[in-house]
Design a protein around this ligand. Structure first.
Ligand code: AMP
Ligand code: GLY
Length: 421
């Protein structure tokens, strides 16, 4: 079967690598893809926001499955339009993607279904929001309701910080995303990302991962898309996984089905493991980036077979297996990230890194011309190490980092520190 993968990040290179290894995959197209995905299939220059173009491409290239990587096209309803055109597409439709697109929607669903999460209140004006903050005190969490590219959450340690965040959001600092604000109780514990594959009725647990969101070592400084990740997360024991499936994932599936929007796709739960048990921080409706870069190398089963089973409502019949080995990715970024990154510098040593035993390199924001790779974004390269322990995987990943020559590239040197301490 011919497959079209939508996206261009490190997540999509990892997905392209895994999809292209499937015996079910004939041709793999990636739109728009990146220089790394070009080694797994054929990159297609296409504006994926134009759903008519995507549908026409699928028809003319006999595409039997479309896999959508990022949240943007999901929230824009690409899966709905493909399905209406009779093309099989993996990922939630626009309605179900609200689990990621609207924090208020998710909080209401949790309340209705009794899913453990932080207590919350919603506001569309500054004065009552401030009154709520004064009544509850700090620390307290302020969130813009809509998608705000990772800038929509402020964990305020003081009342001043909370006031500042509310004033910024209601003054339009985040545009329409901040027109409505959710204020939450601050939960304390260890964070973990957990992924489940869903077909609308059945949810199959995949694996856990931990990422590092802050740009600086020791998890300090501004938030980023993710500076590194590892899987499995040691905190996620088999017992805890069962508890998460029973108290969070399955009740969410049931509540979505009751609302007439059965969830099909990847349910990515951001969890806080508190003293009272696992609680939901938020949902995403896709694979995480860079979490996907550590999940795909650990997956033993055929990803394409699993995605097709999810599209067809047949997950109850299948089983996804994992290698016991750990994987750890270090993200190399362009100087200036998460602000404006420097672009254009030549990156050398990728072949040397890839030739190392137990190493995979996944491209994100690179460009390539005549065999010369240059930096072309914020998060640029993923150096992934595999090994029997997180420590061993980490040693491989940093050996790969050290093989790269790139004036202007940087990475954190402490990815995985929590798992090792
Ligand atoms: P999000 O953008 O929703 O993933 O939130 C960013 C980060 O804010 C999360 O990874 C948590 O570290 C933190 N966070 C969000 N909500 C809460 C909460 N209710 N309690 C404590 N930390 C939170
Ligand atoms: N790494 C977090 C995310 O993909 O949202």
């Amino acid at each position: 079967m011919n497959i079209l993968l939508i996206g261009s990040g490190g997540r999509e290179h990892a997905l392209a690598w895994k999809i292209s290894a499937s015996p079910l995959c004939d041709m793999l197209f990636i739109a728009p893809g990146n220089p790394g995905t070009a080694h797994c299939g054929v990159n297609v220059a296409m504006d994926v926001a134009n759903h008519g173009d995507v549908i026409a491409f699928c028809a003319s290239h006999d595409v039997g499955l479309v896999v959508v990587g990022p949240e943007g096209p999901l929230v824009a309803g690409l899966v709905d339009d493909l399905t209406a055109a009779g093309i099989k597409a993996f990922g939630p439709g626009k309605a179900a993607a609200r689990l990621e697109g609207s924090k208020a929607f998710t909080k209401e669903l949790c309340l209705e279904a009794g899913i453990p999460t932080a207590d919350y209140a919603r506001f569309d004006a500054l004065e009552p929001a401030l009154a709520h903050v004064y009544a509850h005190g700090a620390p307290i969490v302020i969130k813009a309701d809509g998608l705000a590219a990772g800038k929509g959450v402020v964990v305020a340690q003081s009342l001043e910080e909370a006031e500042e965040a509310l004033e910024m959001m209601f003054a339009g600092g985040l545009g329409q995303a901040g027109a409505e604000v959710v204020i939450e109780e601050c939960m304390v514990g260890e964070e973990v990302s957990f992924f489940a594959l869903c077909d609308g009725k059945t949810a199959l647990p995949l694996a856990s991962a931990q990422d590092h969101k802050r740009v600086g070592e020791g998890d300090t400084g501004p938030n980023t898309g993710g500076m590194g990740a590892y899987s499995p997360a040691p905190v996620m024991t088999a017992t805890l996984q069962d508890e998460v499936m029973a108290t969070i994932i399955r009740p969410t599936m049931a509540a979505m089905a009751r609302r007439g929007m059965p969830f099909i796709g990847i349910l990515f739960a951001g969890l806080m493991i508190t003293d009272e048990g696992p609680r939901l921080i938020e949902y995403n409706t896709r694979f995480g980036d860079p979490e996907c870069e550590v999940l795909m190398p650990r997956m033993k089963s055929d990803l394409v077979a699993a995605l097709l089973a999810a599209c067809d409502g047949l997950l109850a019949n299948i089983d996804v297996r994992w290698w016991d080995d750990a994987a750890l990715t270090v993200v190399m970024c362009g100087r200036g990230y998460p602000g404006t990154p420097e672009k254009g510098a030549v990156i050398e040593g990728i072949d040397t890194a890839e030739a190392l035993d137990g190493v995979l390199v996944f491209h994100a924001g690179t460009a390539e011309q005549g065999g010369v790779v240059t930096a072309n974004g914020g998060r640029v390269l993923n150096l992934v190490g595999l090994g029997p322990t997180v420590a061993a995987a980490r040693a491989k990943a940093y050996a790969a980092v050290d093989a790269i020559t790139w004036d202007g590239g940087f990475c954190r040197r402490d990815i995985g520190w929590r798992a090792l301490s």
